[in-house]
Design a protein around this ligand. Structure first.
Ligand SMILES: *Cc1c(COP(=O)(O)O)cnc(C)c1O
Length: 416
């Protein structure tokens, strides 16, 4: 059973005003109000994000970093301002440490290709955990296939927490990198990443953190953490798709070779020799997703205007409330009962396939994720083929949790 402490919703957190900021929340599904409980897969967008992108497209659209004319200058300024916003948001004063990518997946692949291929050799170990998203498993397997690194996996206990002693033991003399999630997308487990960085650095091991499920829920400070690489994705942070972020220490980026070649990442090109651009542009070949970057900047400013502490308190209240209510449902089993959890609840109902549950809930206007959540090894670990996952965003309410529980009662009635 979970031991989550109850927290009062933050004072001044005006949920009605916040919900009004998200146009899609007024939609109906099968004539019922939309209850969106799948923000862990992708969050909805506030009006300010949609407007920021539309404004750029309508008033200052032109390719960045090339034109001498006003439109291009303006688009470039906005793009680079978005980089500054991202940098401050995660606690670095140096915007050169922010590389824009397509998403978190590309950010992790960048590290595996560039840093991995340049600085690791056969027999070197990369340590991940059993609760990684496929995005933080497969790039390391590809690297293993290319250069012969060894992939080690730290186990989790039945509550879905990293088994600390085992984890520390797995950091050995050949370990070169710990690549681990900050928050599990399936279990909601919050990994003690400050401790991870500390023990890894004591052994001179670099650390990559996958923050795809963290930055939208809690304050992250890469400098306080002293983490080497931090990856996240824009669309789960109320920003658009097509934009993600790799933070890396400047010295690492300087030392890393480019991984894709093309325009924008060069200073000069002859057929004999190409001189690469400075960081971070060295890692941003081709026309970047600058409209989306500006949208992400607007999303971050929106989140900051509400405050991550207020958001975390609100979501924690929902988590505690939903956990209590779901546990009261007959033969419902919650997968993942870590002491430290973000607003994600995976569960199964005995004898009913998650896909059937998802389909019936959809008829009630309730959007949840069903399946394996890009974490096949984790499903195997907990002996379930799939789960239903409800995940909360800053706009969700207790009434929506009630709707979910009513929907699950409906499922029970249908299946008898
Ligand atoms: C969603 C997610 C990713 C991948 O994000 P993309 O936007 O698909 O690249 C990686 N890790 C975790 C923990 C995630 O939740």
């Amino acid at each position: 059973m979970t031991a989550l402490a109850a927290v009062k919703p933050a004072a001044g957190f005006d949920i009605d005003r916040i919900r009004a900021d998200f146009p899609i929340l007024a939609e109906k599904v099968y004539g019922k109000p939309l209850v969106f409980l799948d923000s862990g897969a992708s969050a909805q967008k506030p009006r300010v994000v949609i407007d920021a992108m539309t404004r750029l497209l309508e008033h200052s659209y032109a390719n960045v970093h090339r034109g001498i004319y006003s439109l291009s200058q303006s688009a470039t300024d906005q793009f680079e301002k978005a980089r500054d916003i991202v940098a401050r948001f995660i606690g670095t004063p140096d915007s050169r440490e922010i590389v824009f990518t397509r998403n978190a997946t590309e950010a992790i692949n960048l590290v595996a290709y560039s840093w991995g291929q340049a600085f690791l050799k056969a027999g070197d170990e990369v340590l991940i955990s059993h609760m990684e998203h496929h995005a933080n498993i497969v790039p390391w397997q590809l690297l293993r296939d290319r250069i012969g690194i060894v992939l080690k996996v730290a186990p989790v206990n039945d509550a879905g927490e990293l088994i600390w002693d085992e984890f520390v033991k797995l950091i050995g003399p050949r370990t070169k990198l710990v690549a681990i999630t900050h928050v599990s997308n399936t279990l909601g487990t919050i990994v003690p990443v400050a401790d991870v960085v500390r023990v890894a650095h004591e052994k001179d091991v670099k650390v990559l953190i996958d923050g795809s499920q963290a930055v939208q829920h809690m304050h992250v400070d890469v400098k306080a953490l002293d983490v080497d690489f931090y990856a996240f994705t824009g669309h789960k942070l109320y920003g658009p798709t097509g934009i993600g972020v790799l933070y890396a220490k400047a010295a690492l980026l300087e030392a890393m070779p480019p991984w894709q070649g093309g325009g924008d990442m060069i200073l000069s090109v002859t057929f004999e020799k190409t001189e690469y651009n400075d960081i971070p542009h060295k890692f941003e070949a081709g026309t970047p997703a600058f409209v989306e970057a500006v949208g992400l900047g607007a999303a971050i400013e929106y989140v900051q205007s509400i405050g991550l502490e207020a958001i975390a308190a609100h979501e924690h209240d929902l988590l505690v409330y939903a956990t209590e209510r779901l546990q009261a449902i007959n033969s419902l089993r919650i997968i993942g009962n870590a002491k430290d959890k973000a607003g994600v609840i995976s569960f199964v109902l005995e004898g009913i396939h998650p896909h059937d549950i998802g389909t019936i809930l959809d008829r009630e206007g309730i959007a949840v994720r069903v399946g394996q959540h890009c974490a096949h090894p984790l499903m195997e670990r907990f002996g379930v083929p799939a789960t239903v996952r409800a995940s909360f965003g800053l706009y969700n309410t207790r009434a929506e949790v009630d709707a979910l529980c009513a929907g699950l009662q409906r499922v029970r009635e249908i299946f008898g």
